[in-house]
Design a protein around this ligand. Structure first.
Ligand code: UT7
Length: 341
């Protein structure tokens, strides 16, 4: 097929789900040696959402997906690929959470797969959706970033347990023949030499589940906080500068900069390096904390539901996470305007 006949990938809709239960910094003060003042000053986080005991990653992913499908004005039958990014799947290691999300949505006989790219997962999925659509293989791809991070957090470790939260976001990426609607650029990369900066050491082939791994808490997330922080600022800034320069776009011309929501100080440092105005930068870290693969789509959804995301407006996505992985995307939002649904 010649390139002239092949479609482009377009970002048609967004949806998100945040669990009801709110865990505030004041709640954490009662659990560990910390304070609201320390957490707000060092991270910008005031509260995070925690899924119910009987609410799983696939439940949150399916709820976000239902909203995204409805807003895209398509039927579930139109979806021909289901992709899910998560590091807190329903099950380690099968079946995939994407299979369970598909089942919960009543989507049958459609390819479904998970990817593991930690906080970069959602933008990684955009690269995959684009490749499938622009090669002509698929037409409507459901992409889901969903995490029950509370299930891998050690609630006695004050370095990590204050940071993370649960939630999900989803989008529909569809084929279009209109080049104006297409993604401008997506970029994803990785460096496994920093694998131990952010990891859950068990269960896996290195540390199969055993009493020893449980006693040593190897099933919980472990993070080298300040090393990760420094690398995050450097990598996010470099990555976003590169994608803007490559596409001849100035930071001041971006209406919506949507960075990964890990820590307000990281977001501020990157925003300042790009000389972004506050109103360009989307922030949700204060109310959701770091929801890993769900962070970017939950932030896009917040922007959408604020009524400030209009057809054709450019979004700049920038993310960084365990692996290490990082990714950025430059794309217009080409869906409906928000009306209270
Ligand atoms: O999503 C993937 C990317 N993830 C990230 O980018 C996260 C990156 N890291 C961070 O956000 C920050 O490193 C943290 C928020 C985790 C930590 O902030 P920090 O400014 O780097 O603090 P620190 O680890 O250097 O610790 C400073 C002090 C230490 O006390 P001393 O040694 O100075 O007496 C810590 O023990 O703060 C102490 N501390 C705390 N105090 C109260 C560490 N955690 C806490 C806490 N409450 N929760």
């Amino acid at each position: 097929m010649s390139r002239d006949l092949l479609p482009f990938a377009a970002f048609r809709s967004i949806g998100a789900y945040a669990p009801e239960k709110i865990l505030t910094n004041f709640d954490l003060e009662k659990m560990i040696d910390t304070s609201d003042e320390w957490i707000v000053k060092r991270t910008g986080i005031k509260e995070r959402r925690i899924a119910a005991d009987d609410e799983f990653t696939s439940d949150m992913g399916a709820k976000a997906a239902e909203i995204a499908i409805e807003r895209a004005n398509i039927s579930r039958k139109d979806i021909d690929l289901v992709l899910c990014a998560t590091v807190t799947p329903d099950y380690f290691n099968m079946p995939s959470t994407a299979c369970i999300v598909s089942h919960k949505l009543g989507i049958r006989d459609v390819q479904a797969l998970d990817i593991s790219a930690a906080c970069s997962g959602f933008v990684y999925l955009l690269t995959i959706a684009k490749a499938f659509i622009e090669s002509g293989m698929k037409k409507n791809v459901l992409v889901v970033g969903a995490e029950k991070f509370s299930s891998i957090v050690d609630w006695t470790d004050r370095i990590t347990c204050i940071l993370f939260g649960d939630g999900a976001g989803a989008a529909i990426i569809s084929a279009t023949q209109n080049k104006e609607e297409s993604f401008i650029d997506v970029h994803a990369s990785a460096d496994g030499s920093y694998a131990d900066f952010l990891m859950t050491p068990a269960p896996g082939s290195v540390n199969p589940m055993s009493q020893k791994t449980l006693d040593e808490g190897l099933n919980f997330v472990q993070m080298k906080g300040s090393e990760t922080f420094k690398l995050a600022v450097k990598t996010l800034t470099r990555d976003v500068k590169e994608i803007l320069a490559k596409n001849n776009i100035k930071p001041e011309d971006i209406p919506h900069f949507i960075p990964h929501q890990a820590n307000y100080r990281i977001i501020k440092a990157v925003g300042d390096a790009l000389r972004m105005r506050d109103e360009q930068v989307v922030l949700t870290v204060h109310k959701y904390g770091n929801t890993s693969a769900a962070s970017i789509p939950m932030a896009i959804n917040d922007l959408y539901e604020s009524g400030n995301l209009k057809y054709g407006e450019l979004m700049l996505l920038d993310t960084f996470g365990g692996g290490l992985t990082w990714a950025s995307a430059l794309l217009p939002y080409v869906g409906n305007k928000y009306t209270h649904d």
